[in-house]
Write a protein that binds this ligand. Structure first.
Ligand code: CS2
Ligand code: MG
Length: 403
């Protein structure tokens, strides 16, 4: 028995908001878990402080599976982004503690390394096709083997995914939601040109990816997938919203462009049909929003049976604690595909000292016991919470468009 005696929720904003759960055991061993839910940070803080922490205190930190089952199966109000993010934080912190007790990095506890490192993709974006490709050239020079390309759409004043600050792109950009303008015809016309030019300049020995951010209907996504086929994308991401999972049948019937989705999924139930019917190629669910390492491991095993590989979400709004957890997971599973890697700012890296390192297009979680990521609480306290929202999109006629 390794009794949990404290669980503290820490909020910090070193450039953007992060929520971290720090669990302490009676032996003085601590573990950290990411609890950041972009634009909804304080809801998770309350969920943890007001509802979960009181029944976490006194439990055995070693019983990771039982604690997971207690909070998921034992709960009347099951699932949803807030509860699953809070549960993920508890789960990650417990894996961190178990690793520290064992004196082993978490990937060893998950079965050991299946590969030498975790191939990551970086984000190249720009207002014009030329700007985007110039950014991609820089990523290639840094050693990246896979690059996501996003570009502004002519005629639209701003496009989500195209940032001013290139390396440290921040999705939550306003103290109230910014309103972007969207035009599907303009986007569908422009995007294939980006990839045509990209292959000309970057060649064929680099993986190219693209994120649609759920902006298309299934038949529009089918059209885009077909138009992108000559450029052999690694994946087309979030082509259409997926509450109705059978929508992906329509896209799948029409195109061989590989499909990825799942950064907003919270459990296996959000993608059971997508995986079972082999409607996607990559599942992007990640530790912090899908119940932690414990649940993600099960999801990945299920995906493996259906030839679906992983591509964990790794934007800047997932803290370095989540990145650490993702890397131990990625290293240890057979059906890893790729890991997203948007670099954090130096301020964020200073608040979260970490053992993971980048070299030759790959990240490695390092050999520190546990997750290998910590939080500098004194430094974190210097950056108080600042309200920030993700933008929304309206069509040219003013009506709301899908996120
Ligand atoms: C994006 C993110 O990384 C991605 O693929 O979709 O920018 C995402 O929109 C943000 O993480 C939202 O929190
Ligand atoms: Mg995305």
């Amino acid at each position: 028995m390794l009794k949990i005696i404290d669980a503290k929720v820490i909020v910090t904003c070193p450039g953007r908001n992060f929520v971290t759960l720090k669990i302490t055991t009676e032996d003085g061993i601590t573990g950290v878990g990411d609890a950041t839910l972009n634009g909804r940070e304080l809801s998770v803080v309350s969920f943890l402080r007001d509802h979960m922490v009181p029944s976490l205190i006194g439990r055995d930190a070693h019983q990771i599976e039982d604690i997971w089952q207690f909070f998921y199966r034992g709960s009347y109000w099951r699932g949803g982004p807030v509860a699953m993010t809070a549960l993920a934080a508890v789960d990650m912190a417990l894996w961190d503690i178990k690793g520290k007790v064992a004196g082993l990095p978490v990937y060893q506890l998950l079965g050991g390394a299946c590969r030498t490192g975790v191939t990551v993709y970086g984000h190249a974006n720009g207002e014009t096709i030329e700007d985007t490709i110039a950014e991609a050239v820089k990523y290639k020079a840094m050693g990246y083997k896979a690059i996501r390309l996003q570009t502004g759409v002519p005629g639209l004043p701003s496009t989500y995914g195209v940032s001013k600050d290139k390396m440290f792109y921040e999705p939550a950009d306003g103290s109230l939601p910014t309103e972007n303008v969207w035009s599907t015809p303009a986007y569908l016309k422009h995007t294939p040109k980006l990839f045509e030019k990209a292959r000309e300049v970057l060649g064929w020995d680099v993986h190219l990816l693209h994120d649609v951010h759920h902006r298309l209907t299934p038949i529009e996504a089918a059209r885009l997938g077909k138009d992108l086929e000559p450029y052999r994308l690694f994946w087309m991401e979030d082509a259409t919203p997926a509450e109705n999972q059978s929508s992906f049948r329509i896209i799948r019937q029409h195109t061989t462009t590989p499909l990825a989705i799942g950064e907003i999924f919270n459990s296996i139930w959000d993608c059971k049909q997508l995986i079972e019917e082999q409607l996607i190629d990559y599942i992007r669910a990640t530790a912090v929003h899908a119940g932690g390492i414990t649940h993600l491991k099960k999801l990945a095993s299920f995906a493996d049976l259906h030839h679906v590989r992983t591509g964990c979400h790794g934007a800047t709004d997932l803290s370095p604690v989540c990145m650490g957890a993702a890397l131990h997971f990625d290293l240890s599973i057979p059906n890893f595909g790729v890991q997203e890697y948007m670099r954090h700012t130096p301020e964020t890296d200073a608040v979260f000292p970490h053992a993971y390192t980048f070299s030759d297009g790959m990240l490695h979680p390092g050999e520190a016991p546990g997750l290998g990521v910590d939080i500098d609480e004194a430094l974190a306290a210097k950056y108080p919470y600042k309200r920030a929202y993700l933008p929304v999109a309206r069509r040219l006629d003013g009506s709301m468009h899908d996120w």
